[in-house]
Ligand binder design. Structure first.
Ligand code: FAD
Length: 155
């Protein structure tokens, strides 16, 4: 199986973009992630997939709680910051929701506690049990990721 071809094919699945955030020893760590989906309505569960090489993995294991912040089209720069795509470090301030850091300006902020973690290949799937939800409809259109590029919705 050709890894490049697999990545190319998976990139044809257009997604939104999230920043997953957690806090350990009073330090907030954020990571851009689009491997995210809802899993169950009753109970309310979602899943995020974190690469074994990501710093985020250890933070998630330690804190056992995290937020998923669905980015608006205006938050492309934040996506780039938390994907390590910008050269210089930027200071980003977070709000708190249910004792977990959330990204201000996100279209939706969902706070979870880790209910299970499954190692699959070179990623870990974290199942999050939803504890808090905030939806900010007025934040406008979502940021889109498709074929390795940031995009926006067109009417
Ligand atoms: P680092 O590389 O240490 O952190 C990432 C960046 O965030 C660094 O530049 C750091 O300075 C900054 N940062 C972290 N916390 C803060 C803070 N509190 N304040 C300011 N800056 C901070 N990888 C996956 O594993 N799963 C995915 O689903 C996934 N989806 C992606 C989707 C997109 C659209 C993109 C562009 C990338 C995706 N990635 C995904 C890759 C992932 O975002 C990067 O590999 C990321 O750099 C890994 O972060 P890290 O946890 O290793 O931490």
């Amino acid at each position: 199986m050709n890894e490049r071809l697999f990545r190319q094919a998976m990139g044809k699945f257009a997604t939104g973009v999230t920043v997953v955030a957690t806090e350990v020893d009073r330090k907030v760590h954020g990571m851009t992630a689009n491997a995210f989906m809802s899993v169950s309505l009753n109970p309310t569960l979602l899943v995020v997939s974190i690469a074994e090489k990501a710093q985020m993995l250890e933070y998630m294991k330690k804190s056992k709680q995290f937020s998923v912040n669905i980015l608006s089209a205006e938050q492309k720069e934040l996506s780039m910051i938390f994907a390590g795509q910008l050269k210089e470090n930027r200071e980003v301030s977070f709000d708190q929701l249910g004792g977990v850091p959330v990204l201000p300006g996100a279209i939706a902020q969902v706070v979870c506690e880790v209910s299970a973690a499954h190692v699959e290949g070179d990623h870990t799937l974290f199942i999050g049990k939803v504890k808090e939800i905030q939806v900010n409809e007025h934040r406008g259109e979502p940021l889109i990721y498709y074929s390795g590029q940031y995009r926006s919705l067109a009417e």
